[in-house]
Design a protein. Structure first.
Length: 392
């Protein structure tokens, strides 16, 4: 039997066995449901516009305030007309954040405790515009014509980076990307490790290795489980895009299709990197009870970038520390996709991280293959690490 056929048969066996299980179907539906619940949480946690009360005697200022607020994308104020006698009650009940009263010459903004600097600047700008209009009319200048002449002078804005997401959206993107990859690396990596121990315990591996070589068996299992993982990742990624676009809960990158493809590439790199080590570690033991101890170091390698991603990216996504860490495997398969999803990863950094990840994958799979071949046929007590690494 050729090596390609042997690897293909093992991979096909893994795919057919795992895709038809109830656990695959139920876990996929459960994760889609979890994404839906998470989307609802984001939608309901979004704060609405800040309400600002305007006294009836100052109502003529409301259109100007609304227009100026709409011109600034970062401001979200809703101006409502209130009765001046109810100002104190509305402020203490939290119905409005401020109440504007008086006239242009003696304008009063009442607040419960602290003044919103953006609102104060907006009110001052509105008052200045109203006063400018009156002075122009007094001098016989048409305010509309004057405004058009002023507006004809424009400023071109050059942005070094595309508009960013809000803090809540950034955290959602970071959590979803790092969390999803972390979840898949853990779940499918452990699934592969448990399968190795199960085959070793039942002595099925002895029958398989009578026909094919150890590296062919390991490669087939890695490819088969990876295909199952990618299938579920595509289903969840598609569901996430539909939910995000349909509800507007999160602003996704423009080239979302390319981003999903890139996520798939990083999943494959990370999975092969971690799963090969997990399979090699699992081959050293003959009982499921001993599995946790030998895979613990690999679990640390998977968990570390997830924790760093949540902590550092949420604090400052442009921190040089996180930039350099995202280049280095085994941190890059989790950190770099998150930076790419946020739109802050330069092309050269992505290219460097991919090259380093592929180089690390080649080196580690060779070591893992040696450990697997030296350990998988040995039963009984745990195979010492030095013996599993020895050259034949």
């Amino acid at each position: 039997m050729s090596a390609r056929r042997a690897v293909g048969l093992v991979a096909r066996r893994e795919i057919n066995t795992r895709l038809r299980t109830k656990s695959f179907v139920l876990s996929t539906l459960g994760l889609v449901l979890a994404l839906g619940v998470y989307t609802l949480i984001i939608l309901f946690s979004k704060e609405g516009p800040t309400k600002v009360g305007i006294d009836r005697d100052t109502a003529e200022l409301r259109p100007v305030l609304t227009v100026l607020a709409d011109q600034v994308t970062d401001l979200d104020f809703e101006f409502v007309t209130v009765d001046g006698d109810d100002s104190e009650r509305l402020l203490r009940d939290g119905d409005v954040t401020a109440v504007i009263s008086g006239d242009d010459d003696n304008l009063l903004m009442s607040v419960e405790r602290e003044t919103d600097d953006d609102l104060l600047a907006l009110v001052n700008a509105a008052v200045a515009e109203e006063r400018t209009t009156r002075e122009l009319e007094r001098e016989g200048v048409d305010p509309v014509e004057f405004a058009q002449r002023v507006a004809s002078s424009t400023t071109v804005v050059k942005a070094l980076e595309p508009p960013g997401n809000s803090a809540a959206e950034q955290f959602a993107l970071i959590l979803s990307s790092t969390g999803l990859l972390y979840f898949f690396f853990i779940i499918y990596g452990i699934m592969l490790a448990q399968g190795v121990v199960e085959e070793k315990t039942s002595r099925v591996v002895e029958l398989l290795l009578s026909s094919i070589r150890p590296w062919q068996l390991l490669a087939g299992k890695l490819i088969g489980v990876a295909v199952v993982g990618v299938t579920q990742l595509i289903l969840l990624g598609g569901a996430a895009v539909v939910l995000a676009e349909g509800t507007g809960a999160i602003s996704l990158p423009t080239a979302v299709g390319g981003t999903l493809v890139t996520m798939g590439v990083w999943f494959l790199l990370g999975f092969f990197l971690f799963a090969a080590m997990l399979a090699a570690a699992a081959a050293r033991v003959s009982r499921q009870e001993d599995l946790q101890a030998v895979v613990q170091p690999v679990m640390v390698l998977i968990t570390t970038p997830f924790v760093l991603g949540i902590a550092l990216l949420s604090k400052n996504a442009h921190d040089p520390v996180i930039e350099w860490l995202s280049l280095v495997p085994p941190l890059s398969p989790i950190l770099m996709p998150a930076r790419m999803l946020l739109g802050i990863a330069p092309v050269w950094q992505v290219a460097v991280s991919l090259v380093l990840a592929v180089a690390a994958l080649v080196g580690l799979t060779r070591i893992a293959g040696r450990m697997y071949a030296n350990s998988v046929l040995r039963s009984g007590s745990r195979v010492p690490l030095a013996e599993s690494l020895r050259l034949r």
